[in-house]
Every structure is written in structure tokens, then in C-alpha cells.
Design a protein around this ligand. Structure first.
Ligand SMILES: Nc1nc2c(c(=O)[nH]1)N[C@H]1C(S)=C(S)[C@@H](COP(=O)(O)O)O[C@H]1N2
Ligand SMILES: [Mo]
Length: 518
């Protein structure tokens, strides 16, 4: 039977396109869990897209959606993909071959995206290829079944229009339901298997040769609404460019030390775990954290000092930077001096006494106190390249951020929340301040246009950690009030009121909130 536009309704054609296109995804995505993380076509297209869009646009999107940027990206992709699928279905009313070819082209685009990821091989094309074949098959089947025979024309199989429509509906619903079932079950099963695989390759964090001093109980200010002094891994902020978290088998993982060194090194996890470990409490902060923002977390990290490996490799004269590289292609440029001076600069394997969670860089990441994460805290680490700032640049430097990123002193008000309503009389305020490597010597609070007054500091757990503070405002009058905070570092630096945007090297300025007293 010929395929004529007037014999397939728009609705059935569009529905066929939509179901077939999502069959492709439903099959390919769970299948990808058996291959590398970058073999998942939907994720790969998203990552390739991020690499292609201009940095300015990307910053605008991150500004707008913050840490929801990933769900927003995936949602937008799903919409665009669905629209394309509807269009393909509609074109199928004219030509089955054209529609099938177009869906295959979408599969091809996804395949190219997979190949554009670092570390992918031809084998990683299997999920996309299988998904595309099944999607195209479903499209052809559904569009064939969608054909009505116009009244009066011969019906080759003698089926009446009603029966044909019912048959199409059953086929469409069955295919759709199968796709959803395969997608959901496949993902759950494969996800569970991947988790089990990771669990098998987890290791115990060795006892540190150099333990961190215990955290005094009084480091935690006793005030409802204050963040915990040590951030649990599950609540720790997460910032990375990876749309799918790399799943690394620690048993096959290795770290290479390359570039301007006397002898290149390659060491596996057992060799790394055999080195003496240092433990340190370090507050990690993100350069994109706005004034008063919460892209900061405090953890106890256990790891091998970066210095240990650099000394083993022998750094050659002229080097001034280490470009650390992640398995997902991310890079950070860390000044050599920050990795060789006395500060905590670790190849961390432990976070709060447990192996790093996958999202935070399992099995090994860098943590360097005093530097923003984008120039120091590479997760899923695989290479340390000793080089020169003049010769190589890192991921965010190529996108307009500073080549170096020392952390600026910062303070914020955590309690009360902005716009909160509090009872009259005595108002308790509390917050957090940090100046890594220097510590916090003083925090002052100002209510409305009143004088600056000293806040009470929580106990210190070391200069690399944030410090909590509290302030009691007696005799609060009812109405709207503004509180402002500023900190002074252990080196005497007083936090500047001058506002700076996070781009290119971190925000500055005082944090204020307004709240209402009953
Ligand atoms: N592989 C990889 N490592 C990365 C990043 C990344 O995008 N990819 N982002 C960096 C940035 S910008 C920050 S602030 C820290 C955040 O670490 P966290 O997600 O564990 O809090 O990781 C750093 N390490
Ligand atoms: Mo960051």
C-alpha cells in the first residue's frame, strides 16, 4: 500500500514519532550503564552542547538557574527532542523513508556526541546504535499501522477503519509502555549493578600518619538554623561540569605525573594508599559563590600530600604550575608553590572518614586549602601535569575566569533567614566566616545604621576552616531591620565593602539581610 498523507492522521503520525524517538532513549540510556558513563547518548549530547555554547551564555544560564542548571538543561533537551520527534512523525505522513532517515540522523548526532567525549571508544557507540535501530524500527511499524484506508478503496487485509485504528492504538500504547518499562527497569537494574560494582572497589581510608586536631565542641554555635560545623557529605555543595558522574573502578584507576619532571610516574590505588596520609579540616569554596551564598562546605579530608608525588617525580626548573586533569576532561591550574609549601594540599581519598562519594570525586581528588575549587579541587583525578602558566591553561581560565584563584575573605549571616519574622526583645543572629590559611580573628555585626559591634566567635578548628559566630541584639524594636556582617582575618585584613561579582576571581562585599521584628 502506498503511504499517502491523507491516509494517516496528524495525531497518529506525531504520536508515532514521539513514541519511537523515546524508544531510542529508553533503550540506549540503561544499556549505556554497561559501557562507559559517556556512552549514554542523552548525557553525551548535553555535554557536547555545553562545550559548544559560548562561555558568556553558559555563565548566564548558571547565574539564572544556579545548581539547577543540569535539570534545566535536561528538561530543555527533552522538549527540543520531543518537538523534533513530533516533526519527524508528521513528515512520516509524506514519506516513511524520510522519517526513518531523520530519526537515524538524530541517532547519528548522538553517536558523534558520544565520540566527542574524552576516553570514549567505538564500543561506546553500541548503546546509541542499538537504541537507534529499535527506535527506527518502532517508527516504521507504527507509521505503517497508522494508515487509514480511505472509504471506497480496496482494503488489502479486509480490516475496517475502526479495527485498523484500534490496532494502531494498541500497538502505540504497547510500544510506549514497553519503552517506559525498559527505561525504568533497565536503569534501576543497571544502576544497582553499577552501585554494587563501585561498592566492591571501595577501600577503607587508611589511618592518617598526621591526624588533624580534634574539633572543639564549641566550634558549633548553639543556635537553631546554623549549618553543621562539619558538612555531611550528603549535604556538601556540588559543582562540576560532569552531567553523568564518572564511575571509576578504583582497582584499575591510576594517577600519572607528567610534564616537567625528572621521571614520569604512574601509580595505582594500592601504591597511593600505602603512602603516609595527612588529615586536615579544610573549608572548600566555589569561586561562583555570591556574597552570602552557600557554595561552601567544611570537611575533614584524608589524603597523600601532593608534595609527596611531586618529590618522587622530581620537578624540573622553570615549572610554576600543575595542571590537574580529571577523567572527564576537566582541568585546574594550581600554582606549583601552593602544592609544595607547608599548607594542606592533598590527593584526598577520604571525606569525613569515608571514601569520597562518587559525586565528590571517588576514588581520588585534590583539595588545596586557600584556593577556590576551580583552580585546585579536581575530582576524579587522573593526571598531574607539571607545566608553566605561560604554556597551558585550565578549563575555567579558557572561559574567562582568572588563571589563579586565591580565596577571598568572606562572612555571611545564616540566622535569621532573609525576610524572616522574629519575636520582639532579643534577637539572636549567627553565621559563618572564612579566610583559609589565615583564619578569622574577628567578626562584627551592624544593625541598621548603628555602630559595628563584635560578634562572639565559635571555637576555632584551625585556620583552614570556617568559623561560626553569634550575636545577641537586645532591645530589638518592632519593624523591619537590616543586619550586616564583616570579618577580619588572622592576618589583619578587614573584609572590603566593595562589591565584586564572582567573575573573574570571586565575589567580595558585605552580606546584609533584612528581617522583621514582631
Ligand atoms: N572533574 C571536575 N572536578 C572539579 C570540577 C569539575 O567541574 N570537574 N569543579 C571544581 C569546582 S569549580 C569546585 S568549586 C569544586 C567543588 O567540589 P565539590 O563538588 O566536591 O563541592 O570541584 C572542582 N573540581
Ligand atoms: Mo567552583
Amino acid at each position: 500500500m502506498e503511504h499517502r498523507a491523507d491516509t494517516v492522521s496528524r495525531g497518529r503520525a506525531a504520536g508515532s514519532g514521539l513514541i519511537a524517538a523515546w524508544c531510542l532513549v529508553a533503550v540506549a540510556e540503561p544499556l549505556a550503564l554497561a559501557f562507559s558513563a559517556a556512552s549514554a547518548p542523552f548525557v553525551a549530547v548535553g555535554e557536547a552542547f555545553i562545550d559548544l555554547i559560548p562561555p558568556g551564555l553558559k555563565d548566564a544560564v548558571v547565574d539564572l538557574f544556579g545548581t539547577y542548571d543540569k535539570p534545566v538543561l535536561f528538561g530543555a533537551m527533552a522538549l527540543v527532542y520531543s518537538a523534533a520527534a513530533l516533526g519527524i512523525g508528521l513528515l512520516g505522513r509524506r514519506s516513511l523513508a524520510l522519517a526513518a532517515s531523520l530519526l537515524a540522523v538524530l541517532g547519528l548526532v548522538a553517536a558523534l556526541a558520544v565520540l566527542s567525549r574524552s576516553h570514549t571508544t567505538v564500543l561506546d557507540l553500541v548503546p546509541t546504535a542499538v537504541g537507534t535501530a529499535i527506535g527506527v524500527g518502532a517508527l516504521i511499524l507504527l507509521l505503517r499501522l497508522a494508515v487509514d484506508v480511505p472509504p471506497g478503496e480496496a482494503e488489502d487485509d479486509g480490516l475496517a477503519i475502526d479495527a485498523r485504528r484500534r490496532r494502531f492504538l494498541v500497538a502505540a500504547l504497547t510500544t510506549g509502555a514497553l519503552a517506559v518499562a525498559v527505561g525504568v527497569l533497565g536503569r534501576a537494574a543497571a544502576g544497582a549493578r553499577a552501585a554494587a560494582e563501585v561498592a566492591r572497589t571501595l577501600f577503607a581510608v587508611p589511618a592518617p600518619a598526621v591526624p588533624a586536631p580534634p574539633i572543639p565542641a564549641a566550634a558549633q554555635v548553639d543556635l537553631a538554623g546554623m549549618p553543621p560545623f562539619l558538612t555531611p557529605a550528603a549535604d556538601f555543595y556540588r559543582i562540576d561540569t560532569a552531567l553523568a558522574v564518572p564511575r571509576i573502578d578504583a582497582r584499575t584507576w591510576s594517577l600519572r605525573v607528567t610534564g616537567l619532571v625528572e621521571h614520569e610516574l604512574q601509580i595505582g590505588i594500592d601504591e597511593l594508599l600505602a603512602e603516609p596520609m595527612t588529615e586536615a579540616h579544610v573549608t572548600l569554596t566555589c569561586v561562583s559563590n555570591p556574597v552570602g551564598g552557600d557554595l561552601a562546605g567544611n570537611a575533614t579530608w584524608t589524603g597523600v600530600p601532593v608534595r609527596t608525588l611531586l618529590e618522587r617525580a622530581g620537578v624540573r626548573a622553570g615549572a610554576d604550575m600543575v595542571l590537574s586533569r580529571s577523567v572527564d576532561g576537566f582541568t585546574a591550574s594550581t600554582p606549583l608553590e601552593a602544592l609544595t609549601d607547608e599548607r594542606a594540599a592533598l590527593l584526598a581519598v577520604g571525606m569525613n572518614g569515608r571514601p569520597l562519594p562518587l559525586e565528590h570525586g571517588y576514588p581520588v581528588r585534590m583539595v588545596v586549602t586557600g584556593l577556590y575549587g576551580y583552580v585546585s579541587a579536581t575530582k576524579w583525578l587522573e593526571e598531574l601535569r607539571v607545566t608553566r602558566f605561560a604554556d597551558e591553561t585550565a578549563y575555567w581560565t579558557d572561559r574567562g575566569w582568572s588563571e589563579r584563584g586565591p580565596i577571598k575573605i568572606a562572612s555571611r549571616i545564616d540566622v535569621p533567614r532573609p525576610s524572616a519574622r522574629v519575636g520582639a526583645g532579643t534577637v539572636e543572629l549567627g553565621g559563618t566566616a572564612w579566610a583559609q590559611q589565615r583564619g578569622i580573628a574577628r567578626v562584627e555585626v551592624r544593625v541598621d545604621d548603628g555602630p559595628w559591634q563584635d560578634a562572639q566567635l565559635g571555637a576555632s578548628a584551625g585556620d583552614d576552616c570556617w568559623r561560626q559566630w553569634s550575636f545577641t541584639w537586645e532591645g530589638a524594636s518592632s519593624g523591619e531591620h537590616r543586619a550586616t556582617v564583616r570579618a577580619t582575618g588572622g592576618d589583619g585584613e578587614e573584609q572590603t565593602p566593595d562589591r565584586a561579582d564572582p567573575v573573574p576571581d570571586g565575589a567580595s562585599g558585605w552580606h546584609s539581610i533584612t528581617f522583621r521584628v514582631a
